[in-house]
Design a binder for this molecule. Structure first.
Ligand SMILES: [Mn+2]
Length: 411
């Protein structure tokens, strides 16, 4: 059995307002090529297929076009599970239709964990792979919350709910395996934050749960799993040092700050006498770069890139001490007529001034700050004592998480 594991495509995601459809399309075409070349039997996409719960028509077109071409690569089965960015009901809506292409979609958990169990059979009808296709487990799916409980209690119960779900899947998988009468390999999916996992600045991973401390211990997953295909963390990584428990990571850089970090998909061969995994690097379809420095360093670097004929998307971080009131105009004048494109300018001098002083100065913009900067600034401005801050911060994060997870199509 040859499996390809990927996740966190975030189709439709923009970068500082810039659309990235050309990159998504290039990635999906490249992936079809890899599936054919490596003679992959099963494709697993472990959540965050789309960036939002209401994907654009263009993002949907890329997705369905890819799925239609999947079988032609020789890949016989597809498994798609919902992530925290996906709308479960949106993913599930075409599930019956897609099952005719042998593509299995699990947008959200149902009353019966058995619905997540998929037994794939070979051309002769013999069972060859068992997949526990667990999607992102949302707090409302697990229904473990009670009114008035503390944040810590909520998190403890959530972890317990996730643990229980995987335990049930393990029991069911064991039973299905003995029914099959042979030692069929088991692959499980998940879209969650495993304890010890790494995130990096600029990689665009959004907190899954309020408090974000709900990290799932490696002992949560049943022993019968031969390969665990996880999504949610955007940097490729193993779980607990185990080669067969992995995050594939996102295929595309989520910001110019991430440029240069290797992106990959995971090729897993369970058919060989010795099972093995291999990371297949994803090419960078769009050059990107973050350039940091004072005015002369920025100018020198930009000119260097222009000379090289680069068509990169650039994020500028100005950290000079000199006040440059016309920073944007000066930078744009440098790149005018070249292939370079400046997507964003972050003026650290302005950010520092804004965070340190009580008054706004001309030229400051909310765009320079992230949402938590603004909130801390707000607490400072109202002289909120430190003792009250953690609770206010939690309430604020709860509100943000609720805004993020709103699913207009649900119900
Ligand atoms: Mn993601």
């Amino acid at each position: 059995m040859r499996i390809l594991h990927t996740s966190d495509w975030h189709l439709g995601r923009t970068l500082y307002g810039k659309k990235r459809y050309a990159e998504f399309e290039a990635f999906l075409d490249w992936l079809l090529g890899i599936l054919a070349e490596r003679k992959v039997d099963v494709l697993i996409v472990a959540g965050d297929i789309f960036d939002t719960t209401t994907p654009s028509n263009h993002a949907q077109q890329l997705y369905y076009r890819f799925l239609c071409r999947l079988n032609a690569t020789g890949c016989r089965h597809g498994v798609i599970v919902g992530g925290n960015h996906d709308s479960p009901s949106f993913l599930d809506a075409p599930a019956e239709l897609l099952s005719f292409l042998d593509i299995h979609v699990i947008g959200a958990v149902t009353e019966d964990p058995g619905d997540e169990l998929l037994m794939f059979r070979g051309p002769q009808g013999d069972p060859e792979l068992l997949v526990c296709a667990a999607p992102c487990l949302r707090d409302r799916d697990l229904r473990v919350f009670e009114a008035g409980e503390s944040l810590e209690e909520k998190e403890r119960r959530l972890i317990q709910g996730i643990r229980e779900h995987y335990r049930e899947l393990g029991v069911l998988a064991g039973a299905r395996r003995s029914e099959a009468g042979k030692n069929v390999p088991v692959v499980a999916t998940g879209h969650l934050f495993a304890a010890g996992g790494r995130t990096a600045e600029g990689d665009g991973v959004r907190d899954l749960y309020v408090g974000s401390l709900a990290h799932v211990g490696a002992d949560c997953f049943p022993d019968c799993i031969d390969y665990l295909a996880l999504g949610h963390l955007h940097a490729p990584q193993r779980v607990g040092g185990d080669d067969f428990r992995r995050y594939s990571g996102a295929p595309l850089a989520m910001s110019p700050g991430e440029a240069g970090r290797e992106k990959s998909v995971v090729f897993v061969d369970l058919s060989a006498a010795e099972k093995r995994v291999e990371l297949i690097p994803v090419p960078a379809f769009q050059a990107m770069e973050r350039i940091t420095g004072d005015m002369s360093a920025l100018e020198e670097r930009l000119r260097e890139r222009i000379f090289q004929g680069s068509a990169a998307w650039i994020e500028i971080v100005y950290d000079g001490s000199e006040l440059v009131p016309n920073l944007q105009e000066r930078l744009n004048a440098i790149v005018a007529g070249s292939e370079l494109e400046i997507l964003r300018i972050r003026n650290m001098r302005v950010v520092r001034t804004f965070l340190d002083s009580d008054s706004l100065t001309p030229g400051e913009s909310l765009d320079e700050l992230d949402v938590s900067d603004v909130f801390s600034r707000c607490l400072d401005a109202r002289s909120i004592p430190d003792t009250q801050r953690p609770e206010l911060l939690n309430t604020y994060r709860e509100l943000l998480a609720r805004m993020d997870s709103e699913d207009p199509r649900a119900e």
